[in-house]
Design a protein around this ligand. Structure first.
Ligand code: F6R
Length: 614
């Protein structure tokens, strides 16, 4: 995780860096820091806490300089404090470095360097790296660019770094492996460096995404020189950003999370627009069409993902098995690679990731690729590492998701996965014409249905007020609603810090029922569908133990309405599409509860949006 920003050009570096760090704060907010070069030499400010704490700290201090680097940290090595904050400085005080990633062999490097007289002040792996670069430069005739490359040859792990030399305000050196890094090309002699394009977008649309093990030098003459770690030259590939600045603002909402929840009718539409043609009765998924044979002959689909994306993967398991009749396994990406999984060439691996940077998902992809499987990516961030590592894929087109808790990305993922399952089912002849066309038509009505759920916000707020002080909560669902229960529980726990568990409703009697008493809120997705009657029985089991039932029900339902302590009515739809609608009230509920508990909704404690460490 961590966010990095660098600037070189004619403008004042500090405001550009601070603004950029605020955009990247979703990547971690344990501490932040900047290093600037000016007439006084190297000026370094570091602070535990958020970027706003750093801003306060530097308020009356000298912040001049037209070259600088900045960092916002999600702590890995060493507790979040001022000392462990980046930038880190070499022993001779000449180099300042910011880093996103983990240097896995930092302990042995640190020992070696200590034996050679290096003294360390922090607990971080990053300080070791800047000392290593210093050591190479001191003991060879190499310039800084080559010293960085030689030092990185000794490093095992992940890094996106920017190095600033106190004695040379003409250039910055950057490098990356397994952590993202973008170079923006501004006016002649002006460059912006960042973990993603969001700090760059208002200055330039021309960017170069560095590839793994590439090292670049940017300077005031306007040079952008790139080599790989073997010192072979690389020609920069300049891309044009499509991102819009407005998408990065709150747009009148109090929080990004709320804005993103309310964006869902639009984001779901954007996801199927251009792919689904109702008049022609066609879905066009070019990532599937170009590999039609592979999909038709796939013996198995393996889905790898983490967190909310993993929950979308669980919905996809129901979709692909139900509609396309292909067996599906859904794997936590972090577990998948460590158990020597059996992967065959006729397996298709679907990697789902909002950020497209999740290290565990990336590692799972690499393993599956090595074993010959076809890899399909479902990513939100355009140009992200996962989207580039896969053989083909489909973007979710949800737009930037800035709230750390994933909301619109989930519904967009489920929309793409629904389109994929329908496409493959159609190609295989596994779905009837009637069902295919009916589901397509119904999918096109989902944005309106989500809009109607959003109109129940005030009722949801009233329910939130009643349960805001709960210490535990259970979420129950069956079939397609089981992943929704898991997602509802994750949303509540991550932003309100209430302990919450999601369970298949019928599994409750095998253990969790012991937890139920009059204090326990039980959120049940009890919409109409094949398992409705069974869920009604499960509700009765909870009621018999005095648990409080908050039910998500289909409009017009009478039975559950009569039993539940509280209910939220949502429009009816086929159970295949229900997760797209039934997730939304649970997102709103978590949002309101977290807000009432005084939690930081957009930046919950200990979390980061883009988890680039394994
Ligand atoms: C939960 C959440 C996380 C992410 C997970 C995977 O709200 O946001 O659980 O879903 O870290 O991230 P991506 O989808 O970027 O791979």
């Amino acid at each position: 995780m961590c966010g990095i920003v660098g600037y070189i050009g004619e403008k004042d570096a500090y405001p550009i860096i601070i603004k950029g760090l605020k955009r990247l704060e979703y990547r971690g907010y344990d501490s932040s820091g900047v290093a600037l070069l000016n007439d006084q030499g190297l000026t370094l400010y570091k602070r535990k806490g958020k970027v706003s704490d750093l801003e306060e700290f530097t308020e009356s201090k000298d912040k001049s300089g037209s070259i600088g680097i900045g960092h916002t940290r999600w702590a890995t090595h060493g507790e979040p404090n001022d000392v462990n904050a980046h930038p880190h400085v070499s022993g001779d005080g000449k180099l300042a470095l910011i880093h996103n990633g983990i240097i896995e062999n930092y302990a042995s490097l640190r020992e070696e360097l200590s034996n050679r007289g290096h003294v360390f002040h922090s607990d971080t792996d990053t300080e070791v790296l800047v000392h290593l670069i210093e050591d190479v430069r001191k003991n060879t005739d190499l310039n800084l660019f080559d010293s960085v490359r030689v030092a990185l040859n000794e490093v095992i792990g992940a890094y996106a770094i920017v190095v600033l030399d106190k004695e040379n305000d003409d250039e910055l050196i950057v490098a990356k492996k397994s952590s993202p890094l973008v170079v923006g090309i501004g006016e002649p002699g002006e460059f912006f460096i960042a973990s993603d394009a969001t700090p760059i977008i208002e200055y330039t649309k021309n960017v170069v995404y560095l590839e793994d093990e590439e090292i670049a030098l940017v300077n005031r003459k306007g040079d952008l020189k790139i080599v790989n770690i073997q010192n072979q030259p690389v020609t920069p590939y300049i891309q044009e950003l499509e991102l819009q600045l407005e998408a990065l603002e709150k747009g009148g909402y109090d929080h990004f999370m709320l804005k993103e929840i309310y964006e869902q009718p639009r984001s779901i539409t954007d996801c199927f627009r251009g792919r689904m043609n109702l008049n022609k009765g066609l879905i066009k998924m070019s990532g599937i069409d170009s590999y039609e044979g592979k999909w038709k002959n796939a013996k198995r689909i393996i889905i790898v993902a983490c967190g909310t994306s993993w929950h979308a993967g669980l919905v996809a398991e129901y979709l692909f098995e139900d509609l396309a009749r292909i067996p599906v396994e859904v794997e936590y990406a972090s577990e998948f690679r460590y158990r020597n999984p059996i992967i065959n060439e006729d397996d298709i691996v679907i990697a789902i990731s909002q950020s497209g940077e999740t290290a565990d998902t990336l590692a799972a992809i690499k393993l599956a690729k090595d074993k010959g499987a076809h890899i399909f990516g479902v990513c939100n961030v355009v140009g992200s590492t996962i989207s580039r590592e896969t053989h083909s894929g489909a973007y979710t087109h949800a737009g930037p998701e800035i709230g750390v808790a994933s909301t619109k990305a989930f519904t967009a993922q489920v929309t793409v996965l629904t389109l994929m399952a329908l496409t493959v089912a159609r190609k295989k002849g596994a779905v009837s014409d009637e069902k295919y066309h009916r589901l397509m038509a119904e999918l096109s009505t989902i944005p309106d249905k989500v809009e109607r759920v959003l109109q129940t916000n005030d009722e949801i707020e009233v329910i939130a007020e009643i349960y805001k002080d709960a210490t535990n909560a259970l979420y129950l669902g069956r079939g397609y609603s089981f992943p929704v229960a898991l997602e509802g529980a994750l949303k509540l726990k991550e932003i309100s810090y209430i302990h919450a568990e999601g369970y298949p409703a019928a599994e409750m009697k095998h253990g969790p029922i012991a937890l139920i008493d009059e204090e326990m809120p039980v959120f049940v997705i009890a919409t109409q569908g094949p398992s409705y009657e069974k869920v009604v029985s499960n509700i009765q089991e909870v009621k018999a133990r005095k648990g409080k039932i908050i039910a998500i029900i289909t409009e017009g339902d009478k039975d559950v309405k009569g039993m539940a302590d509280h209910y939220i009515e949502i429009p009816s739809c086929d159970e295949v599409l229900m997760p797209l609608v039934s997730t939304v009230p649970l997102q709103l509920l978590s949002y309101h509860i977290a807000l009432m508990r005084g939690c930081n909704v957009d930046q919950p404690r200990n979390l980061a949006k883009s988890v680039t460490v394994e």
